[in-house]
Design a protein around this ligand. Structure first.
Ligand code: GTP
Ligand code: MG
Length: 196
Protein backbone atom coordinates (compact mmCIF):
# COMPACT_ATOMS: atom_id res chain seq x y z
CA UNK A 1 0.00 0.00 0.00
CA UNK A 2 1.16 3.53 -0.79
CA UNK A 3 2.08 5.97 1.92
CA UNK A 4 -0.68 8.53 2.53
CA UNK A 5 -0.11 12.01 1.14
CA UNK A 6 -0.28 14.42 4.08
CA UNK A 7 -2.22 17.61 3.48
CA UNK A 8 -2.32 20.38 6.06
CA UNK A 9 -5.76 22.04 6.08
CA UNK A 10 -6.94 25.02 8.16
CA UNK A 11 -10.51 26.08 8.95
CA UNK A 12 -11.19 29.80 9.39
CA UNK A 13 -14.33 31.88 9.85
CA UNK A 14 -16.39 33.88 12.30
CA UNK A 15 -17.34 32.40 15.66
CA UNK A 16 -20.28 29.96 15.68
CA UNK A 17 -20.54 29.49 11.90
CA UNK A 18 -19.94 25.76 12.38
CA UNK A 19 -16.23 25.10 11.69
CA UNK A 20 -15.88 22.53 14.47
CA UNK A 21 -19.21 20.98 13.52
CA UNK A 22 -18.07 20.48 9.90
CA UNK A 23 -14.87 18.83 11.12
CA UNK A 24 -16.76 16.66 13.59
CA UNK A 25 -19.08 15.54 10.80
CA UNK A 26 -16.16 14.81 8.44
CA UNK A 27 -13.98 13.02 11.01
CA UNK A 28 -16.50 11.27 13.31
CA UNK A 29 -19.80 11.51 11.39
CA UNK A 30 -21.36 13.17 14.43
CA UNK A 31 -23.21 16.41 15.18
CA UNK A 32 -23.70 18.19 18.49
CA UNK A 33 -26.59 20.63 18.88
CA UNK A 34 -24.89 22.94 21.41
CA UNK A 35 -21.21 22.85 20.75
CA UNK A 36 -18.84 24.92 22.90
CA UNK A 37 -16.66 27.54 21.21
CA UNK A 38 -13.16 26.39 20.31
CA UNK A 39 -10.37 27.83 22.43
CA UNK A 40 -7.14 28.42 20.48
CA UNK A 41 -7.40 25.59 17.96
CA UNK A 42 -8.07 21.87 17.73
CA UNK A 43 -6.11 19.31 15.70
CA UNK A 44 -7.71 16.30 14.03
CA UNK A 45 -6.83 13.99 11.17
CA UNK A 46 -8.91 12.16 8.60
CA UNK A 47 -8.16 10.18 5.46
CA UNK A 48 -9.87 10.38 2.14
CA UNK A 49 -9.16 8.81 -1.24
CA UNK A 50 -8.46 10.26 -4.66
CA UNK A 51 -8.33 7.47 -7.22
CA UNK A 52 -5.57 5.17 -5.94
CA UNK A 53 -4.09 7.72 -3.53
CA UNK A 54 -4.70 8.07 0.18
CA UNK A 55 -4.89 11.69 1.33
CA UNK A 56 -4.42 12.25 5.04
CA UNK A 57 -5.80 15.62 6.08
CA UNK A 58 -4.08 17.17 9.08
CA UNK A 59 -6.77 19.59 10.16
CA UNK A 60 -6.36 22.72 12.25
CA UNK A 61 -9.78 23.87 13.43
CA UNK A 62 -9.20 27.44 14.61
CA UNK A 63 -11.21 29.50 17.10
CA UNK A 64 -13.41 32.15 15.49
CA UNK A 65 -13.65 34.51 18.45
CA UNK A 66 -11.79 37.75 17.62
CA UNK A 67 -9.49 37.48 20.62
CA UNK A 68 -7.83 34.49 18.87
CA UNK A 69 -7.29 36.24 15.53
CA UNK A 70 -3.58 36.81 16.11
CA UNK A 71 -3.00 33.03 16.38
CA UNK A 72 -4.36 32.30 12.92
CA UNK A 73 -1.13 32.82 10.93
CA UNK A 74 0.50 29.95 12.87
CA UNK A 75 -2.19 27.65 11.52
CA UNK A 76 -2.46 28.84 7.92
CA UNK A 77 1.26 29.50 7.35
CA UNK A 78 2.15 26.14 5.75
CA UNK A 79 -1.37 25.05 4.92
CA UNK A 80 -2.00 23.49 1.51
CA UNK A 81 -5.75 23.87 1.90
CA UNK A 82 -8.22 26.10 3.72
CA UNK A 83 -11.95 25.95 4.36
CA UNK A 84 -13.36 29.40 5.08
CA UNK A 85 -16.82 29.11 6.59
CA UNK A 86 -19.75 31.50 6.84
CA UNK A 87 -23.36 31.01 7.98
CA UNK A 88 -26.00 31.39 5.22
CA UNK A 89 -28.38 32.96 7.77
CA UNK A 90 -25.88 35.69 8.79
CA UNK A 91 -24.65 38.14 6.13
CA UNK A 92 -21.88 39.64 8.31
CA UNK A 93 -20.28 36.20 8.49
CA UNK A 94 -19.70 36.34 4.71
CA UNK A 95 -17.91 39.68 5.10
CA UNK A 96 -15.71 38.08 7.73
CA UNK A 97 -15.06 35.14 5.39
CA UNK A 98 -14.02 37.54 2.63
CA UNK A 99 -11.52 39.23 4.91
CA UNK A 100 -10.02 35.83 5.87
CA UNK A 101 -9.72 35.00 2.17
CA UNK A 102 -7.91 38.30 1.48
CA UNK A 103 -5.56 37.54 4.34
CA UNK A 104 -4.90 34.02 3.00
CA UNK A 105 -4.33 35.28 -0.54
CA UNK A 106 -1.79 37.82 0.75
CA UNK A 107 -0.02 35.78 3.41
CA UNK A 108 -0.52 32.05 2.94
CA UNK A 109 1.11 29.60 0.54
CA UNK A 110 0.43 30.92 -3.00
CA UNK A 111 -0.74 27.47 -4.16
CA UNK A 112 -3.21 27.05 -1.30
CA UNK A 113 -6.54 25.48 -2.30
CA UNK A 114 -9.35 27.48 -0.70
CA UNK A 115 -12.96 26.37 -0.32
CA UNK A 116 -15.73 28.74 0.74
CA UNK A 117 -18.44 26.95 2.75
CA UNK A 118 -21.88 28.46 3.38
CA UNK A 119 -22.95 26.38 6.36
CA UNK A 120 -26.30 25.79 8.16
CA UNK A 121 -28.07 25.13 4.87
CA UNK A 122 -30.60 23.01 6.79
CA UNK A 123 -32.02 26.16 8.43
CA UNK A 124 -32.94 27.79 5.13
CA UNK A 125 -34.08 24.62 3.41
CA UNK A 126 -36.72 24.39 6.11
CA UNK A 127 -37.54 28.09 5.87
CA UNK A 128 -38.00 27.89 2.12
CA UNK A 129 -40.76 25.34 2.64
CA UNK A 130 -42.59 27.59 5.11
CA UNK A 131 -41.93 28.26 8.74
CA UNK A 132 -39.02 26.78 10.58
CA UNK A 133 -39.51 25.50 14.09
CA UNK A 134 -36.76 24.20 16.34
CA UNK A 135 -37.64 21.12 18.33
CA UNK A 136 -36.00 22.43 21.47
CA UNK A 137 -37.22 26.03 21.13
CA UNK A 138 -33.69 27.38 20.83
CA UNK A 139 -31.92 28.65 17.78
CA UNK A 140 -28.32 27.81 16.96
CA UNK A 141 -26.99 30.52 19.25
CA UNK A 142 -28.86 29.08 22.19
CA UNK A 143 -31.33 31.97 22.30
CA UNK A 144 -34.99 31.41 22.95
CA UNK A 145 -37.03 31.29 19.73
CA UNK A 146 -40.47 32.71 19.20
CA UNK A 147 -42.96 30.06 18.17
CA UNK A 148 -42.39 28.96 14.58
CA UNK A 149 -39.77 31.63 14.09
CA UNK A 150 -38.87 31.77 10.40
CA UNK A 151 -35.15 31.62 9.67
CA UNK A 152 -34.32 33.69 6.64
CA UNK A 153 -31.42 33.25 4.33
CA UNK A 154 -29.19 36.33 4.37
CA UNK A 155 -26.70 35.20 1.70
CA UNK A 156 -28.04 33.95 -1.62
CA UNK A 157 -26.36 31.04 -3.33
CA UNK A 158 -25.82 33.19 -6.40
CA UNK A 159 -24.12 36.05 -4.54
CA UNK A 160 -21.70 33.69 -2.85
CA UNK A 161 -21.02 31.71 -6.02
CA UNK A 162 -20.22 34.84 -8.03
CA UNK A 163 -17.79 35.98 -5.34
CA UNK A 164 -16.20 32.51 -5.12
CA UNK A 165 -15.71 32.35 -8.89
CA UNK A 166 -14.11 35.81 -8.96
CA UNK A 167 -11.79 34.93 -6.09
CA UNK A 168 -10.89 31.52 -7.53
CA UNK A 169 -12.37 29.45 -4.71
CA UNK A 170 -14.20 26.15 -4.52
CA UNK A 171 -17.71 26.79 -3.26
CA UNK A 172 -20.19 24.64 -1.33
CA UNK A 173 -23.30 25.20 0.72
CA UNK A 174 -23.19 22.72 3.58
CA UNK A 175 -24.99 21.44 6.62
CA UNK A 176 -22.94 19.83 9.35
CA UNK A 177 -26.24 19.01 11.03
CA UNK A 178 -27.84 17.11 8.14
CA UNK A 179 -24.56 16.01 6.54
CA UNK A 180 -25.07 17.93 3.30
CA UNK A 181 -22.00 18.41 1.06
CA UNK A 182 -19.46 17.80 3.83
CA UNK A 183 -17.68 14.71 2.46
CA UNK A 184 -18.11 16.13 -1.06
CA UNK A 185 -16.31 19.35 -0.09
CA UNK A 186 -13.30 17.60 1.46
CA UNK A 187 -13.10 15.19 -1.49
CA UNK A 188 -13.12 18.06 -3.97
CA UNK A 189 -10.35 19.81 -2.02
CA UNK A 190 -8.31 16.58 -2.03
CA UNK A 191 -8.70 16.33 -5.81
CA UNK A 192 -7.45 19.91 -6.28
CA UNK A 193 -4.28 19.52 -4.19
CA UNK A 194 -1.26 19.49 -6.48
CA UNK A 195 0.48 16.18 -5.84
CA UNK A 196 3.85 15.55 -7.35
P1 GTP B 1 -15.91 28.80 17.18
O1 GTP B 1 -15.17 27.58 17.64
O2 GTP B 1 -16.34 29.68 18.32
O3 GTP B 1 -15.18 29.58 16.15
O4 GTP B 1 -17.31 28.29 16.48
P2 GTP B 1 -17.44 27.21 15.29
O5 GTP B 1 -17.37 27.92 13.98
O6 GTP B 1 -16.52 26.07 15.51
O7 GTP B 1 -18.98 26.74 15.46
P3 GTP B 1 -19.50 25.36 16.10
O8 GTP B 1 -19.16 24.21 15.23
O9 GTP B 1 -19.09 25.31 17.51
O10 GTP B 1 -21.08 25.59 15.96
C1 GTP B 1 -21.74 26.69 16.58
C2 GTP B 1 -23.21 26.34 16.81
O11 GTP B 1 -23.88 26.17 15.54
C3 GTP B 1 -23.39 25.00 17.57
O12 GTP B 1 -24.46 25.13 18.47
C4 GTP B 1 -23.73 24.00 16.47
O13 GTP B 1 -24.54 22.95 16.93
C5 GTP B 1 -24.47 24.88 15.46
N1 GTP B 1 -24.27 24.38 14.07
C6 GTP B 1 -23.11 24.08 13.47
N2 GTP B 1 -23.30 23.65 12.22
C7 GTP B 1 -24.64 23.67 12.01
C8 GTP B 1 -25.47 23.32 10.91
O14 GTP B 1 -25.04 22.89 9.83
N3 GTP B 1 -26.81 23.51 11.07
C9 GTP B 1 -27.36 23.99 12.24
N4 GTP B 1 -28.69 24.11 12.30
N5 GTP B 1 -26.60 24.32 13.31
C10 GTP B 1 -25.26 24.16 13.19
MG1 MG C 1 -15.04 25.75 16.87
Amino acid sequence: PMKPVQVKLVLLGEAAVGKSSLVQRFVNNEFQENKEPTIGAAFLTQKTYVEDKVIKFEIWDTAGQERFHSLAPMYYRNAQAAVVVYDVTRAPSLDRAKSWIKELQRQANPNIVIALAGNKLDLVNDAEQGLHSEEDGHDEDGHEDGEDMPVTRQVSTEEARIYADEAGLLFFETSAKLDLNVQEMFNEIARKIPIE
